[in-house]
Each structure stands twice: as structure tokens, then as C-alpha cells.
Design a protein. Structure first.
Length: 99
């Protein structure tokens, strides 16, 4: 599989493999064990991904300080990555109305 990201993106992706990030990720998920997006829809789903709510784009300060959001992988794939690319996402509550 080919990685089509820029050289800058490939460089900061290495931060996700550091022991420091793994400790931060584990701590954050222990404090926030449920997916924040699912909870808004009254769905109980374990969080497995720590998402940077504000895209860090390689900025070390934003990478390490957040803000973060605990998400399940499907929500991260559906919402988080779109938002990182500047797209607006609409979420709906259990009643079907936008949040």
C-alpha cells in the first residue's frame, strides 16, 4: 500500500508511534472510555481512537496539547477525517434532529 501524504505529513505521523503518544492516548481513553459522538446519539460504544479536535498539521504544540476527543473508529473515519480536511459535518441526535 502506498502512502500518498506529503513529506511533512509523513514526518509528523511518526509522533503517533512514540511512547509519549501511546501513554497520552492510553491515559485519555481511560478518562474518556466512550465515543463522544455516539454518546450524543445515546449510543454506548467504546472509544478506541484519540482524535485531535483541531487539526494539528504537524504543529507540535497542538499535537501534544489537544484538544482531544475520544471516538470509536467508525466515527473517527466518518467525522474526524472530514473535519481535518476542513469539511463541516452534521450530527444527528436520537430524535433525528441535527445537534
Amino acid at each position: 500500500m502506498t502512502d500518498n501524504r506529503s513529506a511533512d505529513a509523513a514526518e509528523y505521523r511518526k509522533l503517533y508511534a512514540t511512547a509519549r503518544w501511546k501513554r497520552l492516548r492510553d491515559w485519555f481513553l481511560s478518562e474518556n472510555p466512550l465515543c463522544a459522538r455516539c454518546i450524543m446519539q445515546e449510543i454506548v460504544e467504546p472509544a478506541t481512537v484519540v482524535h485531535h479536535k483541531d487539526a494539528h498539521r504537524g504543529d507540535p504544540e497542538k499535537f501534544w496539547s489537544g484538544p482531544f476527543e475520544a471516538l470509536c473508529a467508525p466515527c473517527h473515519n466518518k467525522f474526524g477525517q472530514l473535519e481535518d480536511h476542513g469539511k463541516t459535518t452534521i450530527q444527528f441526535g436520537p430524535d433525528g434532529w441535527p445537534l
